[in-house]
Write a protein that binds this ligand. Structure first.
Ligand SMILES: [Zn+2]
Length: 350
C-alpha cells in the first residue's frame, strides 16, 4: 500500500518539510520498554514515518496494562504474547511502509550491544533506573543521542541526552539508586495521561533530532505534575562544569557491571526475573509434555506458562523466565530448577 499523501500534514509543517520527512524515513530508532511511554512514542514514530523501528521489551502482556498502554487490547491479553510481538504487529498494521523489528529481551550489560547495535537514537520507555543508566552509558560510549522519560503517579520528567557531551543522565542524577529504593508504578499507581504527555515530549524531540533540527532541541530537564498543572523547565547547563565519570573519562561503569545476580526481584511486582544464557532455544512442546502431570502448562511460539499455585512461571525461548508469586530469589531459582530443570547460576558463580 503506497500512499503518497500519508505524511502530507507533517510534510507541510515548515519545521519538517520534504527534506525532514526524507530524513525520518532513513532513521533507525529503538524504543526500549513498551509500557505506557513506549507504546505511545513507538506509535507516534511509526505514524511519523521513521523508516526503521526497533521495539524492545522483556515482558508479556497483562490486563492491568490496558489502562495506559495504547498498542494493546483485550484480545491481545487473551493471546498471552510478549509485548514486543504484539507491538510489532500493531505498528505494522498502522504503517506497513516502514521496517519494524521486535526483540523480546531484557536489556542488560550482556545483551545491550547485540540488541541496540546500529541504531541512531534510543527512546526510553523503561520502568527502572538501572536500565536507564545502562542505556545512558551505552549511548555515551557509542556517541548516539537518547531521550529519557519517566512517569509515576501524576508526575513525569523528560530530558534529551545529546551525543556531544555533558550533561548526561548520570551528570544529572549521580549514581543509580539500588533496586527497591525508589518507588515504582506498581506501588503508587500511574495516571495514564501524564505518561502519554511525557511520551509526546520524547517523540517531539526525537522528530526534531531525526529531521535534522538539532538546534531546536530543548536541553532543559522538564518536570510536570499534570494533575495540578505544574510545568517546570529546569536549566542544567551548570552541570557541564562537573561532568560524570562517563562524560569526563569514558568510564562506562554500567556497561561493565556483571549481572550481579542471575535472579533479580522485579520491584513492586511480587516477581523475580531469572536470567539465562542458553544458546539453543527451549523445546516448548517437549517441556510441556514433561510437565503435563505436575502443573498447568500452556505455550505459544514465544513463551511457555507454568501455573502451580500460588506461583506462575513465564518462560521465554532463550531460557529467561519471570517467576510470579514470590520476591525471594532463592525460592524463584528452585522453582525454576524444579520445572525448567536447568538450575541458573547462583550469584557467587555468576
Ligand atoms: Zn555525564
Amino acid at each position: 500500500m503506497n500512499n503518497s499523501s500519508r505524511y502530507e500534514r507533517q510534510q507541510i509543517l515548515r519545521h519538517i518539510g520534504r527534506e525532514g520527512q526524507e530524513r525520518l524515513s532513513q532513521a533507525r530508532v529503538a524504543v526500549v520498554g513498551l509500557g505506557a511511554l513506549g507504546t505511545v512514542s513507538a506509535g507516534l514514530l511509526a505514524r511519523a514515518g521513521v523508516g526503521h523501528l526497533l521495539v524492545v521489551d522483556r515482558d508479556f502482556l497483562e490486563m492491568h496494562n490496558l489502562q495506559r498502554q495504547v498498542l494493546y487490547d483485550e484480545a491481545d491479553v487473551r493471546e498471552n504474547l510478549p509485548k514486543a510481538i504484539i507491538a510489532k504487529r500493531k505498528l505494522e498494521s498502522i504503517n506497513s511502509e516502514i521496517y519494524i523489528r521486535a526483540e523480546v529481551a531484557d536489556i542488560n550489560s550482556d545483551t545491550v550491544d547485540e540488541v541496540l547495535g546500529g541504531v541512531d537514537l534510543v527512546i526510553d520507555g523503561t520502568d527502572n533506573v538501572e536500565t536507564r543508566f545502562l542505556i545512558n552509558d551505552y549511548c555515551l560510549k557509542n556517541r548516539i543521542p537518547w531521550i529519557y522519560g519517566g512517569a509515576i503517579g501524576t508526575e513525569g520528567m523528560s530530558y534529551v541526552v545529546l551525543s556531544e557531551g555533558p550533561p548526561c543522565l548520570r551528570c544529572l542524577f549521580g549514581e543509580a539508586p539500588g533496586p527497591g529504593t525508589t518507588q515504582t508504578c506498581d506501588q503508587v499507581g500511574i495516571l495514564a495521561p501524564v505518561a502519554h504527555l511525557i511520551a509526546s515530549f520524547q517523540a517531539t524531540e526525537a522528530i526534531k533530532l531525526l529531521a535534522g533540527k538539532k538546534d531546536m532541541i530543548d536541553r532543559k530537564l522538564w518536570k510536570v505534575d499534570l494533575w495540578s498543572r505544574q510545568f517546570k523547565a529546569i536549566s542544567v547547563d551548570h552541570l557541564k562544569e562537573s561532568p560524570c565519570g562517563g562524560c569526563r573519562d569514558g568510564d562506562y561503569t554500567y556497561l561493565k557491571r556483571q549481572e550481579g545476580s542471575r535472579a533479580v526481584t522485579l520491584c513492586g511486582r511480587n516477581a523475580v526475573q531469572i536470567y539465562s544464557h542458553r544458546k539453543e532455544q527451549i523445546d516448548f512442546k517437549r517441556l510441556a509434555e514433561n510437565l503435563a502431570d505436575s502443573a498447568e502448562v500452556s505455550f505459544n511460539d514465544y513463551l511457555l506458562n507454568i501455573r502451580t499455585l500460588p506461583y506462575e512461571i513465564t518462560l521465554f525461548q532463550n531460557g529467561r523466565a519471570i517467576v510470579k508469586g514470590t520476591e525471594d530469589t532463592g525460592q524463584a531459582r528452585s522453582l525454576y530448577a524444579k520445572y525448567v530443570g536447568h538450575k541458573p547460576r547462583r550469584e557467587s558463580e555468576a
